[in-house]
Design a protein around this ligand. Sequence first.
Ligand code: 13P
Ligand code: SF4
Length: 317
Amino acid sequence: HSARTTWQAEVHRLARERDAVVLAHNYQDPAIQDVADHVGDSLELSRIAASTDASTIVFCGVHFMAETAKLLSPDKTVLIPTAQAGCSLADTIDADQLRSWKAQHPGAAVVAYVNTSAAVKAEADVCCTSSNAVDVVNSIPADQPVLFLPDQFLGAHVRRQTGRDNVHVWMGECHVHAGISAADLRAQVAADPTAEVLVHPECGCASSAIWLAGVGDLPADRTHIVSTSGMLATARGMTAKTALVATEIGMLHQLRKVNQQTTFLPVNPKASCRFMKMITPELLVRCLREGRDEIEIPLDVAERARQSVERMIAIGR
Ligand code: 13P
Ligand code: SF4
């Protein structure tokens, strides 16, 4: 056996022993994606976490994702290979800041992107992910103001798609996606004018992608502003020679797996999330061996945060 086969076999053996299911986000290192039982976007993985029979969930992703799994499966053990795997977007708002913002907008519905701590979710009315943000906001009465947090680019996307001007947006951003700029996108499209374009709505270039599509620099019918799993769905039937991908580069692995005909190129090849990449084979094996790091959420916070996540899961069921 090569060393690679050995650690993979060890993961499978330890997971069986612990009655654990291993989940991996689309941005994980390819080796981690390949060893996991399920790979997906935030919404898919939350749904799997909520419905699995396994007594332990090992979450290869960032901390808020593992927390969301724990909220949905409070009686299960939820482990993350390192609790250090945070999220710069989730860190742009804390519960105190949200309470002050709410005080300025009494009566508004609070929609929190899942990229938030459990303490922030506890202050929200409903959660959303990038794949259901528009549906979640549409489920709120049209005349009720909405506080949307924490991502400004996803917020702008929601405002555009819903046509609502009563959606107030928190000005947070993800350092990785904000770094995928309109200039990067423009340069890549100019170099490859026949390519399909896949853009995550958290990207700095998402607003300009729409704008560029409008003015003709970008092919509107070939521009897809979608979540990570929306990208996979779009890629499946694609016949184009190339597709330009504006999101974290871990995504390329699944895209290349589902469609070997199209060449998938990153709009910004440096767009790598250092938090996602903290999950290594060594730490995954340690996690399964030693049962660490375990996710724990104070009961009062968990109860309120769970309601926000469950309301989201119920929408679109
Ligand atoms: P998805 O909801 O599309 O999986 O994205 C999660 C995320 O962290 C984006 O940066
Ligand atoms: Fe957070 Fe951005 Fe990393 Fe996603 S890519 S986990 S939003 S820091």
